[in-house]
Design a protein around this ligand. Structure first.
Ligand SMILES: Nc1ncnc2c1ncn2[C@@H]1O[C@H](COP(=O)(O)OP(=O)(O)OP(=O)(O)O)[C@@H](O)[C@H]1O
Ligand SMILES: [Mg+2]
Length: 314
């Protein structure tokens, strides 16, 4: 079996809306496929088809070589899904939720409890395990959602925007969980709106827009097309913007761009340039309120690939 999961020509319509207009996706066993796209691109629809929760109008999809429509029950035995909208019961405790899922998966009572305790420990929720989920913070909630999808030790895991809305530290926790799952041999489909996240985790990335794959490749090949890292500086004193721009020009050898809102940016080749920018800004006593090394935003990626900005979802 070459692919842990694969989809070919998926089409899904809702009335006049074409959510998927012929999407191909695939991942080899033990790899992460990042599906990058803006609101309404069709990410959740594709995940739901691969998870047997929705039938495609055309095209086919298989997990572990099993068709998601004809063999739906067996496919469900192979997959774990962390939905974009949480699936745990708010009125139950974290522990009760995980035990319940174990029982639904036909684990015996003691096994279900042992598996729940193990997952609570792995996700640093042991202490919170006895509390109702409605008292959890957003980050705790996401970790529990993720734990819930892993009760049955699935080979293939779908994570639908697992970090949207999380702060950077909580996001890093989820990233580490994903890395550990893959190190254990799992195959992951991860949807995201952040190139940075796809870059950090994915072996291959499919960029989707309006139900179509508009680009596919490794993170490196995609960054060659859409541009690599950018240094961004916002001087505390807007009058020193030109001086900050001069520093960026010296270090990068490129002409910096100013968006006209007190910020100046320039593309750089590696992390070393960032350190150099910090050093020179400090030498010249240019105080900053924002200083970042970042990848292009999804909007910038889309603009490069399509010549259009992403639309704000209705
Ligand atoms: N049950 C539904 N009924 C009608 N239209 C739907 C339904 N589900 C999705 N759609 C439409 O299909 C398109 C794709 O939606 P989908 O939820 O797959 O996008 P997404 O990429 O997951 O977006 P987001 O980033 O906002 O989660 C959108 O235009 C959406 O409005
Ligand atoms: Mg979605």
């Amino acid at each position: 079996m070459e692919y842990a999961f694969e989809a070919e020509g998926l089409v899904k319509r809702y009335g006049k809306t074409t959510a998927l207009a012929g999407v191909d996706l695939a991942a080899r066993p033990g790899t992460v496929l990042g599906v990058l796209g803006p609101n309404g691109a069709g990410k959740t629809t594709a995940v739901r088809i691969l998870a047997t929760l929705l039938r495609p109008d055309a095209g086919r999809a298989a997990v572990g070589g099993l068709d998601v429509v004809a063999d739906a029950a067996r496919v469900r035995g192979l997959i774990g899904l962390t939905g974009q909208y949480a699936s745990v019961d708010e009125d139950l405790t974290g522990l009760q939720n995980l035990v319940l899922i174990g029982q639904l998966l036909n684990l015996r009572g003691t096994q279900a409890k042992a598996r729940a305790a193990e997952l609570l420990r792995d996700f640093e929720l042991t202490e919170a395990g006895g509390r109702q989920v409605k008292t959890y913070s957003g980050g705790m909630r996401r970790r529990l959602d993720l734990a819930a999808s892993l009760v049955g030790r699935p080979d293939v895991i779908y994570l639908d925007e697992p970090t949207t809305g999380l702060d950077p530290a909580k996001r890093d926790d989820i990233w580490n969980v994903v890395r550990a799952l893959v190190a254990d041999g799992a195959t992951v489909l991860l949807t995201t709106q952040y190139l940075e996240e796809a870059d950090a985790l994915a072996d291959e990335i499919s960029v989707i827009d309006h139900g179509r794959v508009i680009a596919h490749g490794t993170p490196a090949s995609l960054k060659r097309i859409v541009g690599g890292q950018t240094v961004l500086v916002r001087p505390a004193d807007p009058a020193r913007l030109a001086e900050a721009a001069a520093v960026l020009a010296e270090v990068s050898g490129h002409q910096p761009e100013s968006t006209g809102r007190g910020v100046v940016t320039v593309p750089v080749d590696g992390d070393a340039a960032f350190t150099e920018v910090v050093r020179r800004l400090d030498q010249r006593r240019i105080a900053v309120t924002e200083l970042a090394l970042r990848l292009p935003s999804l909007d910038e990626v889309f603009f490069t690939l399509t010549g259009k900005h992403t639309e704000v979802a209705a």
